[in-house]
Design a protein around this ligand. Sequence first.
Ligand code: CMP
Length: 138
Amino acid sequence: MERTLAIIKPEIVERGLVGKIISRIEEAGLKITAMKMVRLTKEQAEGFYYVHRGKFFFHELTSYMSSGPVVVMVLEGEKAISRWRLLMGATDPAKAQEGTIRKAFGTDIQRNAVHGSDSSSSASFEISFFFSGMELHA
Ligand code: CMP
């Protein structure tokens, strides 16, 4: 069993498409074991995306991610990290495969609908960024 962090990004919350993303997660057999809606400050977004500090898109990324509420979730299942990344599709919706969430709901590389951890070490960091032990359900 593996855990990963998923974020439903601001434009999806704004457009009223949260339920559609959650349906895809559940239909794929990933279990949601924690979930909440939060509005990050710019500083919190910078802390979450610290690995991208220094990249040309860092300011835009963290401004966008703090521009409105997001839904954060812990997904659990066998190979949850790679399964969630497959379900999301490529970072750039224009390059994402047919049938993926980013292809269906993404607008551009920044407003790309969802986020997912890219490794078990980033999953550990990202889950503990948002959730305490008592918020993680079995
Ligand atoms: P995400 O999976 O949340 O991880 C980092 C985010 O940076 C990524 O999705 C994109 O939304 C955003 N981003 C913006 N511009 C770029 C870019 N040129 N290359 C990669 N990621 C980018």
